[in-house]
Write a protein that binds this ligand. Structure first.
Ligand SMILES: [Zn+2]
Length: 161
């Protein structure tokens, strides 16, 4: 009877043995409970490790998501820059024009300010009137549903008779 081939068991599990060596190990495992137990434990450990690596393997779409997130971030940055740049450019233009046509611009700017205020009030009124518009739409939809239900019932009754 051969000694316990402990050093070979790992290679056996990893399927790295020649056919005759493999046969020797298999023969030994059939008679030796301790080596069979070792092989069993090692296989279990290997399966667990493989399963663990499968669970932590990043999904295939992760890279795409990262790239997309980077693109989104840069687009957000450019948006922020645009939101800062547009008013800044406007103020610079106004300051330049102020030095060129100061007195005329006072009236122009005040007129523009009134226009902006009027537009602001208009939009805020529209925004507050949206819920009532929504409510009206809901009421009309419910009425239409009721009317169609009643007419459907009448239609069914007239066809039943
Ligand atoms: Zn053994």
């Amino acid at each position: 009877m051969m000694d316990h081939p402990i050093d070979w068991l790992s290679a056996y599990i990893d399927d790295e043995l020649e056919a005759d060596q493999r046969q020797l190990i298999e023969d030994h495992l059939q008679h030796c409970e301790s080596c069979a137990a070792v092989v069993h434990d090692m296989m279990e450990l290997k399966a667990q490790v493989a399963g663990f690596y499968l669970t932590i393997e990043p999904p295939l779409y992760l890279e795409q998501q990262v790239i997309q997130a980077i693109n989104n971030k840069s687009s957000i940055d450019s948006w922020i820059r645009a939101w800062f740049a547009v008013p800044l450019a406007g103020i610079l233009c106004l300051v330049t024009l102020w030095f060129l046509f100061g007195p005329i611009l006072v009236r122009l700017v005040s007129a523009l300010f009134k226009f902006v205020l009027a537009a602001f009030y208009l939009f805020s009124n529209m925004a507050t009137s949206i819920p009532s518009v929504f409510g009206t739409v809901v009421i009309i939809a419910v009425m239409l549903l009721m009317i169609s239900g009643i007419s459907l019932r009448r239609l069914l009754r007239s066809t039943m008779q």
